[in-house]
Design a protein around this ligand. Structure first.
Ligand code: 5GP
Ligand code: ZN
Length: 112
């Protein structure tokens, strides 16, 4: 999608700080981190959100990438949180499926 922010990041048209990349998945640092480590994991292909996803194998690839990212950024020992905000009530602001990996501090629960 030409006017989608994360599609443009995936294509390299908008710069990002990459943490992990393979053929189908890209992970990069969130521009406005909500935790000391905050990485976004996206499929390179465009899906508005998890409800629109028609390829569940892609979710497995995103989780596998998250595991690698957790080790790369050094949160695999103390733990981390994976979040997929979906739709209005889920607080999704960018309509390209993405998973947040948050860590390197104790995260509160439940979320606000
Ligand atoms: P959402 O609220 O949709 O779950 O998450 C979108 C995330 O994208 C937010 O955490 C926001 O800070 C991040 N974000 C928005 N624009 C950019 C950008 O241009 N670059 C990067 N790296 N992150 C962005
Ligand atoms: Zn997109």
């Amino acid at each position: 999608m030409d006017n989608c922010l994360f599609c443009r990041i995936a294509k390299g048209e908008i710069p990002s700080t990459k943490v992990y990349e393979d053929e189908t998945v890209l992970a990069f640092r969130d521009i406005s981190p909500a935790a000391p480590e905050h990485v976004l994991i996206i499929p390179k292909a465009h899906y508005d959100n998890v409800l629109k996803l028609d390829d569940d194998a892609l979710l497995a690839k995103m989780f596998a990438a998250a595991r690698t990212v957790a080790k790369t950024v050094g949160v695999s020992e103390n733990g981390f949180r994976l979040v997929i905000n979906t739709g209005r009530d889920g607080g999704q602001t960018v309509e390209h499926l993405h998973m947040h990996l948050l860590g390197a501090r104790e995260l509160g629960w439940p979320p606000g």
